[in-house]
Design a protein around this ligand. Structure first.
Ligand code: HEM
Length: 279
């Protein structure tokens, strides 16, 4: 498998990193929503409790599998200097350190939540439950990582996926807040305030952040990779070509290598052949 991917060029890893990242985000969202449904004890004849319960567990495990593939392909993609250490110890890398670090942080939180859930019987319910709350922290961190690191942030499908997942998570938390802790107003206020601040901050940041100009440079792509842009454009795999270079000279890797992308200069993406960095 590895040899096959290597033979087809680094871009195969890059495509896999992007697709597995998107699927992992979707699965984490579904797992979180199912967790809330589970805790609310919602069930019907067609959806008995044990089905919701096992779906929640299996979707979480599937998310972990996709995260493993996401990390493996990101590390194997020789273009960006990302090591396994960078993937598990947050903020240690040289490639978009902050935004990649958020991915590592989220991954650590998710692994902690899943491992402690598998060992639930061995630990007290109270300890397991307080650790399980980390899920609510891991999700927004993962979303910010995807938006800050990913090449597809300007694509309609990626924005739709991210916003769709955000809406689902907000709805789940609202249901959780509405139904839980009736006597704990402070906790409910903190949850609602957290949602409001995060969502407002996200929509204020996006236009000047990853949707703005020169995000690749501003997000911490190493200078050597930014310089790759023009040299790779002409020697690329044919998937990309120099014509698709846009006015944003710091955008290094284009998600779409087709002529439609080249024609779509408003996308602000640059290309560097099959081995360019994100955006
Ligand atoms: C909970 C953990 C994580 C989630 C949910 C996640 C999800 C995502 C998503 C949705 C994207 C955007 C993909 C796109 O734009 O098409 C992305 C990009 C990326 N992620 Fe993660 N990720 C996680 C952790 C990590 C970790 C630990 C690493 C470290 C190796 C990593 C490496 C990358 C890289 C290199 C990209 C950029 C790919 C590109 O060039 O477009 N991610 N991730």
């Amino acid at each position: 498998m590895s040899a096959l991917l290597a033979a087809t060029g680094p871009s195969a890893y890059w495509y896999l990193t992007r697709s597995t990242g998107a699927v992992a985000l979707l699965l984490l969202t579904v797992a979180l929503v199912l967790g809330v449904i589970d805790v609310r004890r919602w069930s019907s004849e067609n959806w008995p409790r044990f089905v919701v319960d096992s779906l929640h567990r299996n979707v979480s495990l599937l998310a972990l599998v996709f995260l493993g593939l996401h990390i493996l392909t990101a590390v194997l993609d020789s273009f960006a200097p990302i090591s396994l250490v960078n993937a598990v110890i947050p903020f240690t890398g040289s490639y978009r350190p902050f935004w990649l670090g958020l991915g590592a942080l989220s991954f650590d939180l998710i692994v902690t939540v899943i491992v402690t859930s598998l060992l639930r019987r061995q630990m007290g319910h109270a300890i397991w439950r307080s650790i399980h709350w980390l899920t609510y922290a891991s999700w927004p961190v993962a979303l910010l990582h995807g938006l800050g690191t990913g090449s597809d942030v300007k694509s309609t499908w990626m924005l739709a996926l991210s916003i769709g997942c955000l809406i689902a998570v907000i709805a789940a938390i609202l249901v959780r807040v509405a139904a839980g802790w009736p006597e704990q107003l402070a906790r409910r206020g903190a949850a609602l305030g957290g949602i409001a601040i995060f969502t407002l901050g996200l929509f204020l940041w996006l236009p000047s952040g990853p949707l703005g100009k020169e995000w690749a440079r501003r997000s911490g792509t190493p200078q050597t990779l930014l310089g790759h842009s023009s040299s790779h454009a002409s020697s690329g795999s044919g998937l990309l070509n120099a014509a698709s270079l846009s006015s944003d000279s710091s955008s290094v890797r284009s998600p779409e290598t087709s002529s439609s992308s080249a024609a779509n200069s408003s996308s602000d993406f640059n290309s560097s052949g099959a081995t360019g960095a994100s955006q």
